[in-house]
Ligand binder design. Sequence first.
Ligand code: ADP
Ligand code: ZN
Length: 608
Amino acid sequence: MLQILKSYFGYTRFRPLQEEIISCILEKRDTLVLMPTGGGKSICYQLPALMMEGTAVVVSPLISLMKDQVEALRANGIAARALNSSNNETENLNLRLECAQGRVKLLYVSPERLLAELGFLLRDIRISLFAIDEAHCISQWGHDFRPEYTQLKVLRQQFPQVPIVALTATADKITREDILRQLDMRNPQIFISSFDRPNLSLDVKRGYQQKDKIRAIVSFIRQHPGESGIIYCMSRSGTEKVAALLGEKGFSVGVYHAGLSNEQRERAQDDFINDRVQIVCATVAFGMGIDKSNVRWVIHYNLPKSIESFYQEIGRAGRDGLPGDTLLFYSFADIVMLSKFAAESKQQEINLEKLNRMQQYAESDICRRRILLNYFGGTMEHDCGNCDVCRNPPERFDGTVIVQKALSAIARADERVGTRTLIDILKGAVTAEVVEKGYDKLKTYGAGRDIPARDWQDYLLQMLNLGYFEVAYNESNHLKITEAGRNVLFGRARALLVVIRREDRAGKVAPRSRKKETAAPSVPVLTPAVFEDEDEQLFEKLRQLRRQLADQQAIPPYIVLSDKTLHALASRRPLTLDEFGEVGGIGEYKKKKYGKDFLEAIKAHMGR
Ligand code: ADP
Ligand code: ZN
């Protein structure tokens, strides 16, 4: 396995879980893989595909995604193809023939196409495995529901012997269960990797007006000269306005939204992928089809509608593992707008709750990464040091007793209450529900009288964000105590809560934090450079060369070599082909194909 990893992909080590997942697939077991964007999901099925006999069929929701994946594989000398509607029929005919002859290792198809091709797949080719990419699309609980995906059920029936691996970067517990059920996976192995992306910095700014936002964005981009980034806006007009304002300041900016023609959108995406424009101002329509590994920053001009969307969108930065900076603006107006959308949507209750959690993230006083990770069901027990809260920490106190009171009340009410009823119980309020359900007989009834209801709201929000309980969206938003919560409840762990700052309440910025902000305008901290002694001028030259090579082949520069590989070259400065091949991300194929050109450039630069 390691040998194949090195010779095809140029990597010498597996990332966490990759090896286990690959072994599991090689044993022909059904497998569910949850990994954050950039975590390295693709290799989990690509490597088994190379090791197993026959063709791996990969279901992918978007043509652009398939194109990117296929290009990346072919750039490593791997026989990968895509069967889709952008090919003409002759092409598809030839492709079927190649598959039948066993000459294709990975075949990418859309879900619609998969169903249309079932006859061919069943009869004429030997299938090694099915990989269902972006598997959350199968669930209506997910945020990208695609009805076509639900028909993938037929796979298990029609191909009982072929292992199915489902992969996604975004799936909460409900979605996860839905994926397993809908694909009818048998005795599946489930792998959940840490959702942490420590290379992404997190920053939230609230209550900025348009002018302030633009000023902040301009100074942010100036700290990232020439580096690719995405600015997400809520509306189409928003994208155009922001793009125009940045254009006036001399930045190279594209626009992407659903109101443009297909051609315009494709061009915008293409210009960005190929480093012809630096910045894209886009609605959320942009990005799912993008695997560009050298996006260095993502800004949210408005609040996203859910934490899933947010995490997926910022996840597009720093896929190569190098630092990525993210910045989120949010305002009261965003909340009003998004609440309206959610209330008018089909799954009103879920969407409102998801928005609620997003808002809580933005308002939080605790390490933002902890919130994100707890939301995705992981736990993180330390602060990250790479978010604005960590850099400007709030004041805390031992809140164990407060937390215990709340959790005890939840437990005594059989975990069948939402926050409002919980606060009624804690405050000893007499409401119809309290009386009817007999909550006034509970031992914890009135145990939290001394704390005002609005403070309870705040503490519960903190507890939720600290991961002490979860909200069950599918059960009337009832609160469920987590393992971390039980530890506090039973006195095995202490809970630190944040002192509530009254002045924050009225929507005004606390004078304390404002002062800090003006004193030290927040500079995104970059994780210290990983490349020792890097020659920056050489990096620029190599970047030019990469650009030329990419243009000649009409593929994106990051597919030729990633930013990370380029930095490594500029730091190690190999002088022989073997040294070149040792650099991370350079497999046998790329070594032969690009070695000479890059070695020449390095030697010329060093005067050898
Ligand atoms: P995902 O599909 O999970 O978003 P990818 O599969 O695109 O992530 O991988 C993200 C990046 O990490 C890619 O550039 C990929 O080549 C790289 N990568 C994957 N596995 C490894 C590894 N074992 N060592 C180094 N880099 C890796
Ligand atoms: Zn933090």
